[in-house]
Ligand binder design. Structure first.
Ligand code: ZN
Length: 130
């Protein structure tokens, strides 16, 4: 499997600060204009850590980005290859749903080292809306 965004996500994963879980996650957020924003999970003593997906979105949105094409996520135990199906947590699914359309792809490594793609409606069919 040779995929540019998977490789970038693996690089982003190396910056993970996860001394409590030892579970390192990297994400690559691609905008519709082709820009790329990397994210990793960042933990702390409390419970206010941030996931790789939201790190990438926070970086992009704070730089003025508004239109997103895809996010690619890899994660696994420190020192090991990424596991399959490192899916966004519930909090990230709700967060992502705020900023993406139905074409947006959420990409993860699947079984047998394939790449699986989901839409936000696949992962959050009944998201909260005011
Ligand atoms: Zn999350």
């Amino acid at each position: 499997m040779l995929d540019e965004d998977i490789e970038l996500a693996k690089q982003a994963r190396l910056n993970s600060y996860s001394p409590y879980s030892n579970f390192q996650v990297g994400a690559v957020l691609r905008t519709k204009s082709g820009k790329v924003y990397l994210g990793c999970n960042i933990e702390n003593h409390g419970i206010q850590g941030i996931c790789a997906e939201r790190t990438a979105f926070a970086k992009a949105i704070s730089e003025g980005e508004k239109e997103f094409k895809s996010i690619t996520i890899v994660g696994g135990k420190k020192g090991e290859e990424p596991t399959d199906e490192c899916m966004p947590c519930g909090y990230c699914r709700q967060f992502i749903s705020e900023f993406v359309d139905d074409e947006f792809k959420i990409r993860v490594i699947g079984k047998n080292n394939t790449i699986e793609e989901y839409t936000i409606k696949d992962l959050l069919p009944y998201g909260f809306k005011l």
